[in-house]
Design a protein. Structure first.
Length: 276
């Protein structure tokens, strides 16, 4: 079994127009959990760089951080930039910029020890992508992890960077988490999800993020519908559309009976990238 420490991976945070909010949420969480590794914060423009630097310069963190300008628009392109920023084999944890906490049903849960555990498990299962359950009701959680096709949210992503020609290309800004799950399940023949770990975050914050870049919640929902249709047509029986009562918007779900990889799924990736 490999020995993984916080010096072996980098925490990456894509962020847009949320400097103070990021400080009060995700960075505060890392500080409280005594993280002392490296944090890379990926920003869209030089203007963002100046804003974030002005805010962060007022605080002292126990971890090293670096602000990196991507010159991109949209979360999909930003995630593409992040993956291409690192060398093949680099271990990264991609966090959203609005995390309140990372929780577990385990006794005496230690976030940093769990980070190490995830990368060790990824090596043992021979996968390059992992995440946590999207649910927050502990009553429905199960101990341990699964490797079948199950949804893991984009707010907490573990990746081992693939070779250049095999890296995920995101050309959407909505449901990119579903696309990640689908493509990585097909590439790795597994989808590693820890079912007793979940995050607390604030969805649909009106300041910054996707809504800030698109102008309104209504515009986001319109674009989300287009993306949903495209993913459903391309990945067929693997995914279907539902209505989220909680967020009052469309959502996607994976078919609960899809557990094993099939060769035909490779064609689904091709279908997706050939569609418009």
């Amino acid at each position: 079994m490999s020995n993984i420490t916080m010096n072996d991976y980098t925490i990456c945070i894509p962020s847009f127009d949320r400097a103070l909010f990021l400080h009060k949420t995700t960075l505060k969480l890392l500080q409280e959990k005594s993280y002392q590794g490296t944090v890379h914060i990926f920003l869209n423009t030089e203007l963002d760089f100046d804003k974030y630097l002005s805010v962060f310069s007022e605080y002292n963190y126990d971890f090293d951080y670096e602000l990196i300008v991507t010159n991109t628009t949209g979360i999909g392109n930003t995630r593409n930039f992040i993956r291409n920023y690192y060398s093949t084999g680099q271990k990264i944890i991609m966090l959203d910029d609005d995390l309140k906490d990372i929780c577990s049903t385990r006794d005496n849960f230690d976030i940093l020890k769990w980070f190490d555990e995830v990368f060790i498990t990824m090596e043992e299962e021979d996968v390059k992508f992992a995440g946590a359950t999207p649910y927050s009701n502990e009553f429905f959680m199960k101990e341990g992890y699964t490797t079948s096709l199950k949804y893991t949210g984009a707010h907490l992503i573990f990746e081992i960077i693939r070779s250049v020609g095999d890296r995920l290309l995101l050309d959407i800004n909505h449901f990119e988490d579903f696309l990640m799950n689908l493509v990585y399940f097909i590439k790795d023949k597994k989808c590693l999800r820890f079912n007793d770990i979940y995050v607390k975050t604030k969805y649909f914050n009106k300041n910054g993020g996707i809504i800030g870049s698109e102008g309104s919640i209504e515009k986001r929902m319109e674009n989300a519908q287009k993306t949903s249709n495209r993913i459903q047509l391309s990945f067929k029986e693997l995914v279907s559309e539902i209505w989220s009562k909680k967020f009052k918007c469309i959502n996607l779900k994976f078919h609960p009976r899809i557990t094993d990889y099939k060769d035909i799924y490779e064609d689904y990736i091709k279908n997706y990238y050939e569609s418009t």
